[in-house]
Design a protein. Structure first.
Length: 632
């Protein structure tokens, strides 16, 4: 048969296994030879040998002690059941090996072989046979290196570079003057696993023993921890945010009075076994399950008759279902925030001795097309179809609950599937804000029923506001959506536009060549920065008796309005008239008695009229001359 023994972390070295099939048969092996063989075994076993083999488990599950002599370090024979074998092992330590597994084969299948005629008596009373001694060597595999170590009370501990915290047999101190919590918590960033190798007696105070070991995902051998003397377990496992499963059902908590924040912050916890815990002396359960990842937990073994405070006991946890029907809250004086932020809680079972002297913070149930926003007791119905008579909002349930008449399981009250009445939705508020978030216009509301669609993208809601322009780069993403029981907001952002400043007028003047006004001026008005143009016919007027002097056109006929008055001056030349038809005498100055004659080429019409007038004058003179000659 095979005997397997897993060596502890303190057992290191080369393993030499020697099977002595016959050491006392004087008829076949002389005494000197036997003594020489035993001496060879003793030479392998040095004073540095660390003996960690406490016993070899027999077929019945019992462990027999193993003795080591001072002179020979020989391991006594061990009984392994009906099929008895003898094994003597010697161990030499090295620094590189912490954990080894040894397979010892004495069945005749590849290890030390005993002959068929050998006889081994139990307890080493007599050994006989004729088979020679065969020695077999097994090489251990190097494991992790110790990076931190110490002793907590009398219990040695060490941390290896593979992240394992190993706690060996001993007793934790009642009050530790060096550490306010477990001494290993200062190495929380490198610890991923905790292993108890043997019995450890806890001190009176285990508060924050494993606090903040946020990377630990597994605890082995926790059942070795003896908590018989413990009175304070405050924060014992708090902050172990990566641990998913914890079983403390073997803990003796008879004398514990404080369990405040015991599991607080265990966000990843999915399984917790606290069955059988005696909580009859516990007075403080504040924040005990604060923030745990549990969706449900069995608290049926809890005796809360001595508890005074349940402040924030379940705050922020992930509970979907919670049963505290066995709680005796007769002496509880503080339940403030007990159910605070339990947003996932759908089912709450209450008992005869439940009472809530303070606001528990039980969250309001949302009003939706599925739920009425009320709690209802199941009574003879089901969780999906409760039919109880008690229907309360969250604040009403904690205020009116009476354990004498209202015991039961309360769930979110569903709406009937055939409901015909629409559910009024919360309004959507459309806000109008400047770049600093200040209101620049009264908000508008979009109302309707749960499930109705809304659209705030039209001009009805995208307003044009004087002095502002809509910031297209910050258009809200929820301009279209569906109304629900939750209020919604749509925020339109606007950029302020500078207010226009009235400019000084531009005056367009009409002057003759002497600078005298010949027409009423015109004004061009607007705001500072506006462009103006006085070059059109609107401003370049045709004035009777005058002609625009093209050689003196103003240079500022186009420009920009400002806060300074500006003028545009158009200069005109006065028109000249042709000599009258009945006066051909030309004044010395070149003017007729009727005024200035038109300049050549000034006006074709005037020239024609002058020619015709001259012709008539000449004809008249000729006729006059003929008449005078006839009467001579």
């Amino acid at each position: 048969m095979k005997i397997k023994k897993v060596l502890s972390q303190s057992m290191v070295g080369m393993i030499c296994v020697s099977t002595l099939a016959n050491v006392a048969a004087a008829s076949t092996v002389d005494t000197n030879q036997s003594e020489q063989q035993i001496s060879e075994v003793n030479e392998i076993t040095t004073p540095e040998l660390i003996n960690v083999i406490q016993g070899i488990e027999d077929n019945s599950g019992q462990v027999n002690p193993v003795s080591t002599g001072d002179d020979t370090d020989q391991i006594d024979p061990v009984s392994t059941g009906d099929d008895t074998e003898l094994a003597n092992a010697s161990l030499q330590s090295t620094e590189d090996v912490q954990d080894s597994q040894l397979d010892l084969d004495i069945s005749g299948e590849g290890g030390a072989t005993a002959s068929s005629d050998s006889q081994i008596m139990e307890n080493g009373d007599s050994i006989s046979g004729s088979s020679p001694q065969v020695t077999t060597f097994a090489t251990a595999t190097p494991l992790a290196t110790v990076v931190q170590s110490g002793q907590y009370g009398t219990a040695p501990w060490e941390i290896t570079d593979d992240g394992i915290l190993t706690i060996n047999t001993g007793t934790f101190p009642d009050n530790d003057a060096i550490y306010l919590q477990g001494p290993w918590t200062q190495y929380a960033d490198i610890i991923t696993k905790i292993v108890f190798t043997g019995p450890v007696t806890d001190g009176i105070d285990t508060s924050y023993l494993f606090n903040g070991l946020a990377n630990v995902t597994e605890i082995q051998g926790l059942n070795y921890l003896d908590t018989n003397r413990v009175t304070n377990m405050e924060g014992m496992f708090s902050g172990m945010s990566s641990l998913t499963s914890l079983d403390i059902s073997t803990f003796n908590t008879t004398g514990v009075t404080n369990m405040q924040a015991m599991f607080s912050g265990m966000h990843s916890l999915k399984s917790l076994n606290v069955n059988g815990l005696d909580t009859s002396d516990v007075t403080n359960m504040e924040m005990m399950f604060n923030g745990v990842g549990l969706t449900t937990v069995d608290l049926s073994s809890f005796n809360t008759v001595s508890v005074h405070t349940m402040y924030a006991m379940f705050q922020g946890a992930s509970f979907v279902s919670l049963d505290i029907s066995n709680f005796n809250m007769t002496n509880v004086v503080d339940t403030q925030g007990m159910f605070n932020v339990l947003d996932e809680l759908r089912e709450l079972k209450l008992g005869t001795n439940c009472r809530f002297p303070d606001d528990t913070g039980l969250p309001d149930i949302p009003i939706t097309s599925e739920y009425t926003g009320k709690w209802q007791n199941i009574d003879t119905g089901t969780a999906t179809k409760p039919n109880g008579a008690f229907v309360f909002a969250s604040n009403e349930l904690e205020s009116y609950y009476d354990g004498a008449t209202m015991v039961g399981t309360y769930v979110w009250q569903p709406r009937p599937l055939d409901v015909s009445q629409p559910v009024k939705a919360a309004d959507v508020t459309v806000n109008y804000l400047d770049s600093n978030g200040n209101k620049i216009h009264d908000p508008q509301l979009i109302s309707g029923n749960v499930g109705d669609a809304y659209d705030a993208s039209s001009d009805v809601y995208q307003l044009k506001i004087d002095g502002y322009t809509l910031d297209e780069s910050k258009l809200p993403t929820n301009v279209k959506g569906v109304l629900s029981d939750t209020p919604q907001s749509i925020n339109y952002h606007y950029i302020e536009v500078a207010q226009p400043v009235k400019a000084a007028d531009v005056t367009v003047n009409y002057l003759d060549s002497n600078g005298n006004k010949i027409h009423d001026p015109q004004l061009i008005s607007g705001n500072v920065g506006d462009a103006y143009d006085a070059s059109s016919d609107v401003y370049q007027l045709k004035i009777d008796g005058y002609t625009l002097d093209e050689s003196k056109l103003p240079t500022n006929v186009k420009g920009v309005l400002s806060d300074t008055p500006q003028t545009v001056d158009y200069t005109y030349k006065k028109d000249t008239l042709a000599t009258t038809l009945n006066d051909s005498k030309i004044a010395p100055s070149g003017q007729s008695k009727f005024g200035n004659l038109p300049n050549a080429g000034d006006n074709d019409l005037i020239s024609v009229i002058a020619m015709i007038s001259g012709l008539f004058v000449m004809i008249g003179l000729w006729i006059s001359k003929q008449v005078k000659q006839r009467y001579k």
